[in-house]
Design a protein around this ligand. Structure first.
Ligand SMILES: [Zn+2]
Ligand SMILES: [Zn+2]
Length: 134
């Protein structure tokens, strides 16, 4: 639990700002864009990095790499989320179809596990990127 201790009270405001900024993004974000935006809002680079790492540790941020090698992070709900991710521009859309809880029951039968959560991540090329073929 060291990470919870190392993030002190003073980081709460940073984390709130960071979360607000992340939620205002269209989809996946480049960490450099986060730093540019938040540094100019008066936050220090180490605390931005630390808070992004914290959100990742909590399973609230995931990473995808686009076709041009850009690493993008995007927010997920901790217990149940489905996202379709564009591999060109990093656009992330939420969708609701997954066949859960049927799949959960099937898995329980097959594996003996009691499934409690899942994340579904689908990759593809978004409608905009299909129109603007490079
Ligand atoms: Zn796209
Ligand atoms: Zn689901």
């Amino acid at each position: 639990m060291e990470h919870l201790v190392s993030i002190g009270v003073r980081d709460t405001a940073v984390r709130r700002e960071l979360c607000a900024w992340i939620c205002s993004q269209r989809g996946g974000f480049d960490i450099r864009a986060a730093i540019d935006a938040l540094e100019s809002a008066g936050m220090s680079k180490p605390s931005i990095y630390r808070n992004i790492a914290f959100l990742e540790d909590q399973g609230l941020l995931r990473t995808t790499v686009t076709e041009d090698g850009t690493r993008l992070r995007f927010p997920v709900k901790p217990e149940h989320s489905h996202q379709i991710i564009c591999d060109r521009c990093g656009n992330v859309e939420e969708f609701s179809t997954c066949g859960w809880p049927l799949i959960g029951e099937l898995l329980a039968l097959q594996t003996g596990f009691k499934p409690t959560s899942h994340h579904m991540e689908v990759h593809g090329v978004c409608a905009d990127c299909q129109k603007n073929k490079r």
